[in-house]
Design a binder for this molecule. Structure first.
Ligand code: ADP
Ligand code: GLC
Length: 500
């Protein structure tokens, strides 16, 4: 058995807590450290946004490059970021990355016009680290890229004549493609020969996500159900053909939860704490939330929470349609979201007609996200599609029972409170099948009926709070996959707790 830890480079575009727009940030903030705890030699490569450059400590310049990808100069730095157990490479290219606000969007909510160059460079640096040209002191054996931002890494590696480095590509959301015009192929240092349908071309444009899907040695996505769904036209976003062709290399590995960050018993963002042994203490978190948001402080109201990007993916429009019918049943809603202007307007309109009962905040606020997930009775995730979904997993740990559409990772993580599951004490939430307002409303009514039976509700809360979705299991699954891709003998990966 090999005793050398495998050198794995993780590549992505955001990382909790410094730069985060959604679940990808949470994953990149936790998975590299979880892999390192198994004994792998892991490093992380990220764009040098100011929010990452400033807190980087122990900084060493490992390589200076000339003009590339539209940047006048590029430098690769190595250092440490707070909260991450692995060393971090940052690409310093001020003209590409030093911009205020969102990592992907300009002030008007459009993708930055030079996103192909910004993330093309990310993939290129990843590949050339693996080829040994950037840091002679550390050369990864495998590059693991996340989402379209890192898709070109797999292409550069596969297209290079002499690489021995392998790549794994993880799809977090197939809806975002990273498209670019053919005219940019030379700027992106891609050979014209790859601009074919059996390459990275997609309907006349280049596609970074297709590059990852086509060229990686193995593909993963973030739940087993989504791995099946994306092979169909309904969920494949036009890429179901290439995914189906590669189904033998496709794996569904469910995301984990970082319980150091999301834990009702210890969460520093909460004023009161609770756990499965004392679920009744959650009442204080609920009252505090109702007070903070200006909801009627009423322990008897069933408080539904939403913490979400406001996009059609998340199905919030369905929830808004159903809510008026629930208002007479003493239901409340606390929503925190940002994104689509029409959805924001619809939330605002509803909040106006039911003050004290519906509150919507349009912001990106990590502390309020924790307080909502902790304080509500039900966390609603009625998504049209959901590759994994993390808020329902966080809700489980905080005894906030998920109300979810049976799709993707939601289907894989929530056990519906049907008669059988209730009798067996395995139920953890409310799952509806058809994507209709009727089905959603019926599931909400089922939740309400159980909410009015406090003993049964508390039993479900306990079951939910004792679910274990920690990162250890996912890290072992990735480590095993890396071994298979490297054709190396699998280590006997063990969770850190028993590895001493
Ligand atoms: P997605 O990645 O599709 O947005 P996930 O459920 O995987 O969905 O992850 C969403 C993450 O983003 C969670 O950590 C959630 O708490 C966070 N989040 C979403 N919207 C907001 C917001 N408006 N403010 C703070 N955190 C948010
Ligand atoms: C994506 C998906 C979400 C998933 C997250 C992390 O943003 O929409 O379902 O949980 O990535 O993998």
């Amino acid at each position: 058995m090999s005793t050398l830890p495998h050198r794995i480079l993780q590549v992505g575009a955001e990382v909790y807590p410094l730069v985060k727009t959604g679940g990808l940030g949470d994953v990149l903030g936790a998975l590299p450290s979880a892999l390192a705890r198994l004994g792998l030699d892991v490093r992380l490569l990220l764009p040098g946004y100011p929010a990452l450059r400033k807190p980087l400590t122990g900084v060493r310049s490992v390589c200076r490059l000339g003009p590339a990808f539209g940047a006048a100069s590029v430098q690769v730095l190595l250092g440490r970021l707070p909260g991450l157990e692995v060393p971090v490479y940052l690409i310093e290219a001020p003209s590409l990355y030093e911009r205020p606000g969102n990592p992907y969007l300009d002030g008007s909510g459009e993708g930055w016009a030079d996103n192909p160059q910004r993330f093309g460079l990310l993939g290129w640096v990843a590949a050339y680290l693996a080829l040994g040209d950037i840091d002679p002191a550390w050369r990864p054996q495998l590059v693991h890229g996340h989402d379209w931002h890192a898709g070109l890494a797999s292409a550069f590696l596969a297209l290079h004549p002499s690489t021995r480095c392998r790549s794994v590509f993880t799809v977090h959301n197939l809806a975002f493609h990273g498209l670019f015009p053919q005219a940019l192929m030379p700027t992106l240092q891609l050979p014209e020969s790859s601009f074919v349908s059996d390459g990275l071309e997609f309907h006349g444009e280049g596609s970074m996500i297709k590059a990852g899907l086509h060229y990686a040695d193995a593909i993963t996505t973030v739940s087993p159900s989504y791995a099946r769904e994306i092979q169909t036209p309904a969920f494949g976003c036009g890429l179901e053909g290439v995914i189906t062709q590669r189904r033998a290399q496709l794996h569904g590995i469910l995301n984990g939860v970082d319980y150091a960050v999301w834990n009702s018993a210890t969460d520093p963002r909460l004023e009161t704490h609770f756990d499965a042994r004392h679920p009744e203490r959650k009442a204080a978190a609920k009252a505090a939330l109702q007070r903070q948001l200006g909801l009627r402080v009423d322990p008897g109201a069933m408080l539904i929470g939403v913490v979400s990007r406001l996009t059609p993916q998340k199905g919030i429009d369905l929830l808004l349609e159903v809510l008026p019918a629930l208002l007479n049943d003493n239901v409340q809603l606390a929503l925190l979201g940002s994104g689509d202007a029409d959805l924001e307007a619809a939330c605002r309109a509803l909040a106006v007609v039911a003050p004290g009962q519906i509150v919507a905040r349009f912001d990106y606020d990590e502390t309020l996200a924790h307080r909502i997930i902790a304080g509500v009775d039900v966390i609603a995730v009625p998504s049209r599609f959901e590759p994994c979904g993390l808020t329902q997993l966080y809700g489980l740990r905080y005894g906030s029972l998920p109300l979810v559409h049976r799709v993707g990772g939601l289907a894989d993580t929530v056990v519906d409170a049907d008669d059988k599951a209730l009798a067996a004490d395995t139920a953890t939430g409310f799952v509806f099948d058809a994507l209709t307002t009727t089905a959603l409303e019926q599931a909400a009514q089922r939740a309400l009926a159980l909410y009015r039976q406090p003993d049964r509700w508390r039993q479900m809360m306990r079951r939910a709070m004792t679910q274990d979705f920690s990162w250890g299991g996912a890290a072992v699954a990735y480590a095993d996959l890396y071994c298979r891709v490297l054709a190396a003998e699998p280590e006997r990966w063990r969770p850190a707790a028993s590895a001493a």
